[in-house]
Design a protein around this ligand. Structure first.
Ligand code: NI
Ligand code: MN
Length: 232
């Protein structure tokens, strides 16, 4: 796998930090300080230029408001999720919807489908959080990265594969709330990425899927098992 000067760090669960060759810091998912898998030294974020949020569940946006208020990144997500954040005092949101692409910082980001639910726990009240989504990130060095968010496998992953040809796919494998290794291995056939980085496993006891199991099932694709805090 060649990120051509970009750097990708796994902060545990579904959260990643992507540093672009142009010097922008992209945070994928807003769950850092409360994330039990995030190493302590990584909980002190230094800067965030863009924050992408796939859906309203706490293990994806649990720290998003705090991060947004501290670093004032452009927050990208489904439009209703961004509207909710704006109501909560976040200044710089750029809501979008599936099928669309926008330029933020020095990346282009496409909002793509995910098969999952998305409520927001708004101080104990469950409210509508728009549909869940995934993102394809197009770096200006030509590298394309697909973060699937939380999702089941779905046939239109083939469209994501054909239209955007992701080099790297970040796929949930933990089971219970998302794909298990079996579905994620099938997703690879549809997406045809060069490299897959498994995520969203092991954080809670019910997330039982393992990278070892996934590696056995995923044929013809490079699987990189990262450890939280590791940078590629
Ligand atoms: Ni979720
Ligand atoms: Mn989740």
């Amino acid at each position: 796998m060649d990120l051509k000067g970009a750097k990708l760090t796994w902060l545990g669960h579904a959260t990643f930090r992507l540093e672009t060759p142009g010097g922008k810091t992209i945070l994928i998912e807003g769950w850092v300080m409360g994330n039990p898998k995030c190493p302590d030294k990584e909980k002190q974020l230094k800067k965030v230029d863009v924050m992408l949020c796939t859906h309203g569940h706490r293990d994806h946006i649990g720290d998003a408001l705090e991060i947004a208020k501290k670093f004032n990144p452009t927050v990208v997500g489904m439009v209703e999720l961004c509207d909710w954040m704006e109501l909560k005092g976040v200044k710089n949101v750029s809501g979008m919807n599936k099928g669309g692409t926008q330029t933020v910082g020095d990346i282009r980001v496409t909002c793509v489908h995910a098969v999952h639910s998305s409520g927001i726990d708004d101080d104990g009240k469950m409210i509508y959080g728009a549909e869940a989504c995934g993102f394809v990130i197009h770096l200006d060095n030509g590298v394309r990265l697909y973060h699937a968010g939380d999702t089941a496998v779905f046939g239109d992953m083939a469209i994501i594969g054909e239209l955007y040809s992701p080099d790297i796919a970040l796929l949930p494998i933990g089971d219970h709330y998302t794909m298990s290794p079996r579905e994620a291995a099938y997703a690879c056939k549809l997406l045809k990425p060069k490299t897959v980085i498994p995520m969203h496993y092991g954080t809670f006891p019910v997330l039982t899927g393992t990278p070892a199991e996934f590696k056995k099932l995923a044929q013809g694709v490079e699987v990189i098992e990262m450890t939280p805090g590791q940078t590629l």
